[in-house]
Design a protein around this ligand. Structure first.
Ligand code: C5P
Length: 225
C-alpha cells in the first residue's frame, strides 16, 4: 500500500461532497482533488475548440493536452481563470457526457494520481475509491436525497444571483444521476468497502466530522487540527 493516505469521497452531483471533502482536507492539512473539475475542463476545452461531445478520440486528445492548474482558490485553463465557467450548465452536461468515454477517463488517470502527496490527499468524485485510488485508506460514499440536492443547488445558484427553478434542477440532477450510474466505464456506485454517509439531514460540518471520526477510528491517529 502507498504510504501516503488517501480519503476517497464519492457520490452523486450536488451531494455536497465538494464542500465536505474540502473541510476534511483543511482539518487534516491534506491536499485536495476535485476530479469533477477535470471532466468539466475537458468539456470546456472541447466546446471552445469545436470538438464534438460524441468524438471519443478527439476528446481524449483534448484531455491529454489539458493545460489545467489549481491555485489561488481558482481553476485555470491555459492561464485563464475558469472557476465559474466550468460550473455553467453547458459544462455540467458536457462533463457527464465526456466522462462516459473510457479513452477520456484513461487520459485523466495519471493526472489524478499525481495529486497524491504527503501528508495526504482527500479526493472527491465518482470513482476515486473504485478506480483512481483503490488502495484509499478510507472510502466514503456521500449522498443525499435528490430533493435535498436540488434544494442545495437552488440556494447555491440563488446566492450567485442565478435564477433557476427547483423543477428544472430536479430533472437535470435525475438525468445526470442516470448517466453517471448507467455508464459502463467507472459508473457511480456505492462500493461495498465504502462507508455510506447520507447527508440529507446533515450539515456539511457534521458530515466532515463524521468522516474525520471514521478516519481516526481506522488509523488510531488524531492529526486533525
Ligand atoms: O463532481 P462534478 O459534478 O463536478 O462532476 C462533473 C461530472 O464529471 C459528473 O457528472 C460526472 O459525470 C463526471 N465525473 C466522473 N468521475 C469523477 C468525477 C466527475 O465521471 N471522478
Amino acid at each position: 500500500m502507498n504510504a501516503v493516505p488517501v480519503i476517497a469521497v464519492d457520490g452523486p452531483s450536488a451531494s455536497g461532497k465538494g464542500t465536505v471533502a474540502q473541510l476534511v482536507a483543511e482539518r487534516l492539512g491534506f491536499h485536495y482533488l476535485d476530479s469533477g473539475a477535470l471532466y468539466r475542463l475537458v468539456a470546456l476545452a472541447a466546446l471552445r475548440s469545436g470538438v464534438s461531445m460524441q468524438d471519443e478520440a478527439g476528446l481524449a486528445i483534448v484531455a491529454d493536452a489539458l493545460e489545467a492548474r489549481f491555485y489561488d482558490g481558482e481553476v485555470w485553463l491555459a492561464g485563464e481563470p475558469v472557476t465559474d465557467a466550468i460550473r455553467d450548465e453547458a459544462c455540467s452536461n458536457g462533463a457527464s457526457k465526456v466522462a462516459a468515454f473510457p479513452a477520456v477517463r484513461a487520459a485523466l488517470l495519471a493526472r489524478q494520481r499525481a495529486f497524491r502527496g504527503a501528508p495526504g490527499l482527500v479526493a472527491e468524485g465518482r470513482d476515486m475509491g473504485s478506480v483512481v485510488f483503490p488502495d484509499s485508506h478510507l472510502k466514503v460514499f456521500l449522498t443525499a436525497s435528490v430533493e435535498a440536492r436540488a434544494e442545495r443547488r437552488y440556494k447555491q445558484l440563488k446566492g450567485k444571483g442565478i435564477t433557476a427553478t427547483i423543477g428544472t434542477l430536479l430533472k437535470d440532477l435525475r438525468e445526470r444521476d442516470a448517466r453517471d450510474t448507467a455508464r459502463s466505464a467507472a459508473p457511480l456506485k456505492h462500493c461495498p468497502d465504502a462507508y455510506l454517509l447520507d447527508t440529507t439531514a446533515m450539515s456539511a460540518a457534521e458530515a466532515a466530522e463524521r468522516i474525520l471520526a471514521w478516519y481516526r477510528e481506522a488509523h488510531g491517529g488524531n492529526n486533525a487540527r
